[in-house]
Design a binder for this molecule. Sequence first.
Ligand SMILES: Cc1ncc(C[n+]2csc(CCOP(=O)(O)OP(=O)(O)O)c2C)c(N)n1
Ligand SMILES: [Mg+2]
Length: 321
Amino acid sequence: MAIPNKETLLEWYRQMVLIRRFEERSKELFHQRKIGGVYLHLYNGQEATGVGALAALRPQDHVITAYRDHGLAIARGVDARRIMAEMYGKTTGVSGGKGGSMHLASREHNFWGGYAIVGGHLPLAAGIALKARYKNEDEVVMCFIGDGATNNGYFHESLNISQVWDLPVIWLIENNLYGMGTPIEAASGQTKLIKRAIAYDMKAFDPVDGMDVFAVYDTVQKAVDYARKKGPVLLEAMTYRYEGHGMSDKMYSARSEELEKYKARDPITLLKNKLCELYPDVGPTLEKIEKEMEAAVAETEKFAEESPNPTAEDLVRHIYV
Ligand SMILES: Cc1ncc(C[n+]2csc(CCOP(=O)(O)OP(=O)(O)O)c2C)c(N)n1
Ligand SMILES: [Mg+2]
């Protein structure tokens, strides 16, 4: 593939570092009870998949995902301060503080969330794509799917109808090998998830290395091109999450060897190495970006802290009666 220009690569680096720092700080704020709720699902380790995939989209395209949504919202350009405010339950949050971590959405970015019911967003992705096809609009839908969501009815129904109606959807499985604490072999008869495409006679590409932002971008670009012109595509990115399923999941202590293996191929380090190879004098620029992203995360926290709490009136706004 042709390597994108330096400015683009630095932007990918900026986004990936921002996501990592944002998640690290969110974890601390959750433990301090500043971020409420029972769950908080972090994206650490999967940054190259989200950033590489979203880099292949245009502004008019649509993005939808499950509850592990902070990193994707950031990569789509949603203001990280408003994401943090959402997790604090403040009125300035992207969803007015009513959605929280799992329900980030931004109409302006065609970022439609943030869904907690496993697989529940797949029919919505098909619906958005049907709108685009019906109105003859030049839009595609990028639907992120956990490996754990590939065994329920939503997956089958949505992929099937998208093929029947040639809907412009990129079904991107983020295969991080686990659904909560259940390893993929314990949940799927067919663990090579890309083979699911055969059941629908759907276009598919070989599984891509989800730790390598170049590989993800390259494949997703081809898939987006196909979806825009012809119809649905199935993709599988092989990735890994560094944290447990959510904050209450301590399963990872039992998987430390596997974790170390993946951390040795950390997506941010891989991109950094590539940048240093291409541009030997880039070191100070990367350090500057790292400092800026740290400051940006501190700024999200300050914004969230200082934002107003919802009022009693806010409680009943946006409700159909
Ligand atoms: C329909 C439904 N069943 C079960 C659950 C409980 N649950 C929440 S997340 C999850 C695992 C999903 O794993 P995966 O799709 O691989 O996503 P990951 O967390 O690895 O990103 C389960 C079973 C749920 N939220 N919805
Ligand atoms: Mg998973």
